[in-house]
Design a binder for this molecule. Structure first.
Ligand SMILES: [Zn+2]
Ligand SMILES: [Zn+2]
Length: 195
């Protein structure tokens, strides 16, 4: 308001931050037209601050939770993603590896060498194939039929390699996290290709 000292400048009207009213603003900080709008503005600021605080708390909680996560939980997270990728991407058009059915109550991904028998092979893709619920759970992987089909699918050498001895190889948490990110990306990519 430089010209106001000459008494000629017209007061500048400003639109209220809350309602459609145009009012005479006395300063940069004067942004609402009336006491009710002042209250409303304060309430909106309060809600915004509360939402921001809540968001920050949620983020901190997430960080704490990830930091407290045990090695076995990271392995479990990765296993879910690897299994899903086998089921919905690599083997999507294949029947159950063990019995050949194309119908099941629920498609699963089953290990040829069980996770409990050898932890090192739990993420090895040759060891994981799409299976029907019956073979995977009720028939404990239906191993004999699994082997027959697996030899046809990947060849006897790779099957024998799976069956051979394996040094215990514990994957570190950062490596598991990197693999989790990679599989998430692969699954997302496949989703896009289908859509
Ligand atoms: Zn107003
Ligand atoms: Zn089956």
């Amino acid at each position: 308001m430089i010209r106001s000292q000459f008494g000629k400048a017209k007061p500048k009207l400003r639109k209220c931050r809350i309602c459609p009213t145009r009012f005479e603003s006395r300063s940069m900080a004067h942004v609402v037209c009336s006491p009710p709008c002042t209250l409303e503005l304060a309430e909106r600021k309060r809600l915004k601050a509360a939402a921001k605080r809540e968001q920050e708390e949620r983020a901190a909680h997430r960080v704490r939770k990830q930091a407290a996560k045990k090695h076995g939980e990271w392995e479990g997270d990765l296993q879910k993603l690897v299994n899903k990728w086998v089921r919905v991407v690599r083997d999507v058009n294949e029947p159950c590896i063990s019995c050949g059915t194309t119908k099941t109550v629920q498609w699963e991904a089953g290990h040829y060498i069980a996770v409990g028998a050898n932890n090192t092979l739990r993420f090895v893709l040759d060891n994981i194939h799409k299976q029907c619920h019956r073979c995977n759970v009720q028939l404990s992987s239906n191993a004999i039929m699994y082997r027959v089909a697996l030899v046809k699918k990947i060849g006897v050498e790779r099957v024998e390699w799976l069956e051979g001895p394996h040094a215990t190889n514990k994957i570190s948490i950062p490596e598991l996290q990197a693999e989790i990110a990679r599989y998430k990306g692969l699954i997302k990519l496949a989703d896009k290709e289908v859509a």
